[in-house]
Write a protein that binds this ligand. Structure first.
Ligand code: PLP
Length: 411
């Protein structure tokens, strides 16, 4: 009889967290970044940037926006916000857009804009899609939420679309952040600050995320008292808010949240944040964190995990090799028995994302078999710059062990 090994539970950061090391390593970028765009606006999320890009393209009622059938559900509401309908185009097994399917959608004559996504940090060649858009007068939005840095065949990330969008909070140790950029058009977008409460929350949440994973211990000690006072004050304010809601008979509009729900793993789009600038804290970190270090460590961590899983049973990396000019968001692995492996890793506390497991209502294998298959089989693991050596070794061991254990159990 084989006994199932008990997973060793540990907490490692699922996303980048602040540390002093984040600011060492030089300001020169090893690869082009989205911020190299001629015009840039720093907003609070990638989805807000999608909404603003579609609005800048004149998308409105009766128009159709084409979105990849493999997607994050957060990519859809920005099109609805503009009054448009969304149609889904097929992707290839490696997530590249299926141009033949896009042509069929375009033939309806209603497509006003196309969203093209560079998944997991691997840039697609968009030359043919750009030409198709130019032929038909369709706007192209390059979705670089997973691809903040990179170049492919000399083409910088974000430079092909009329507009490009990024999700800075996926690449930097910040609580909130996205960007709208364009190499081709002037951005007619005016942003304003979201208030002192938001600024404070963005700063404190970034610091508290770092403290929760043992980073910045001296600062944590120094801030222990003020943070405790903040929690107490926060509790009082929340209780007052609840009381106010009750005495108001439920008719009053809910008070706007201090920060957008996009920072809390939700797929929602809150239009109240469409004209809000990213926080001072996020903008400062973007300016001061070393891009060279982010790129180098993400590449190293990705390649090390790939090596650690070499020959592991029941899996293969989505991409057989990491292209030279790519800076990965996460490490996507295709797994033969995804639910069993996911359950085992969840018991161990391994952070991971089943990107595409939840698709927009109605998007299933009949719409795109490749998207449904990716959504079912893909598990993505962190390779961000803030993982330390011990955390990486633990992650590698846990993933390998889960794959081997699950492969040894008869299906
Ligand atoms: C491919 C893709 N595009 C856009 C977004 C929206 O980004 P944000 O979460 O910053 O709003 C996401 C979010 O996960 C995404 O995965």
């Amino acid at each position: 009889m084989t006994s199932t090994p008990v997973p060793v539970r540990r907490a490692i950061p699922p996303v980048p967290v602040l540390s002093l090391a984040a600011f060492a390593g030089g300001r020169r970028a090893a690869l082009p970044s989205l911020l190299d765009g001629a015009d840039v606006r720093l907003v609070t999320s990638g989805r807000i940037a999608i909404g603003l890009a579609l609005r800048a393209l004149g998308v409105g009622t009766g128009d159709v926006v084409l979105v990849p059938a493999y997607h994050s559900p957060s990519m859809i509401p920005p099109a609805h916000w503009c009054g448009a309908e969304v149609a889904f185009y097929r992707v290839r097994p490696d997530t590249a857009p299926d141009l033949a399917d896009i042509e069929e959608h375009v033939a309806t004559g209603r497509v006003k804009a196309i969203l093209a996504t560079h998944f997991f940090g691997i840039q697609h060649d968009l030359t043919l899609l750009r030409a198709l858009c130019d032929r038909h007068g369709i706007g192209l939005v390059e979705d670089c939420a997973h691809c903040f840095f990179g170049a492919r065949d000399g083409v910088a990330v974000g430079s092909v679309g009329d507009y490009a969008i990024g999700s800075t909070m996926k690449f930097f140790p910040i609580y909130e952040g996205g960007c709208l950029v364009s190499h081709r058009h002037r951005l007619d977008v005016v942003l304003r600050g979201a208030g002192a409460g938001f600024e404070m929350k963005a700063a404190l949440n970034a610091l508290e995320a770092a403290f929760a994973y043992g980073r910045l211990p001296v600062l944590r000690m120094l801030l222990a008292l003020p943070l405790r006072a903040k929690s107490a004050l926060w509790g009082v304010l929340k209780a007052r808010g609840r009381q106010g809601g009750q005495t108001g008979g439920g008719t009053a509009a809910p008070a706007p949240a201090l920060a957008p729900s996009s920072s809390d793993s939700s797929f929602e789009f809150d239009a109240r944040w469409a004209d809000k600038r990213s926080s001072w804290m996020s903008r400062a970190v973007l300016r001061l964190a070393s891009p060279a270090r982010i790129v180098a460590r993400r590449r190293r961590n990705y390649l090390d995990l790939q090596r650690a899983l070499d020959g592991a049973p029941g899996c293969r990396p989505l991409y057989p090799r990491l292209p030279d000019g790519a800076c990965p968001w996460m490490f996507p692995l295709l797994v033969d028995r995804p639910q069993a492996v996911f359950d085992a890793l969840q018991r161990a506390g391994v952070p991971m994302t089943r990107f595409g497991a939840t698709l927009w209502a109605g998007v299933d294998a009949s719409v795109c078999a490749n998207s449904a298959d990716l959504g079912r089989r893909l598990i993505a693991f962190p390779c961000h710059q803030a993982l330390d050596d011990g955390e990486r070794a633990w992650l590698h061991a846990q993933v390998r062990q889960a794959l081997e254990t699950c492969a040894a159990v008869p299906a």
